[in-house]
Ligand binder design. Structure first.
Ligand code: HEC
Length: 112
């Protein structure tokens, strides 16, 4: 193995380990801010959208394409009336949380 190959392997494994993990990095954000209205409880579910399963979220997420995902459009909306979670819920996402969800979608939006 030459020096260049070693560097390619190191870079590849760093990129791999930097991938977001659904249970560690994504689910806590959704659970805290979204599942209350878009979760398994069908009585409290808003807009008929559930985000706790990949099948439910398919309507709002195009894996690999945040720009084509209504989930990303809604968490990054400039207009307060469009933004999720709703202002009235007294919940909000930090810029880091919005960035993490964007990256998760870019990486394929895998559920675990
Ligand atoms: C307090 C309840 C509440 C919470 C919390 C909430 N939402 Fe919503 N959500 C709604 C309601 C009500 C609608 C329908 C009205 C609208 O589109 O604004 C909606 C609509 C949406 C839609 C559009 C659905 C469609 O296909 O038409 C998306 C996407 C969405 N929410 C994502 C999220 C995400 C992501 C979170 C968490 C970051 C979240 N919501 C948190 C109440 C909530």
């Amino acid at each position: 193995m030459n020096c260049r190959t070693v560097w390619v392997l190191i870079a590849a494994s760093a990129a791999y380990s930097a991938r977001l993990d659904y249970n560690r990095d994504v689910r806590p954000i959704l659970a805290e801010n979204c599942f209350h209205c878009h979760g398994q409880d069908s009585k409290n579910r808003m807009a008929g959208l559930r985000l706790d399963t990949s099948a439910g979220a398919a309507r709002a997420i195009t894996p690999g394409k945040p720009g084509a995902s209504s989930l990303y459009a809604r968490i990054s909306a400039e207009q307060p009336a469009r933004r999720m979670p709703p202002v009235a819920s007294n919940r909000s996402l930090t810029a880091e949380q919005v960035a993490a969800l964007k990256r998760w979608i870019e990486e394929g939006a895998a559920y675990a």
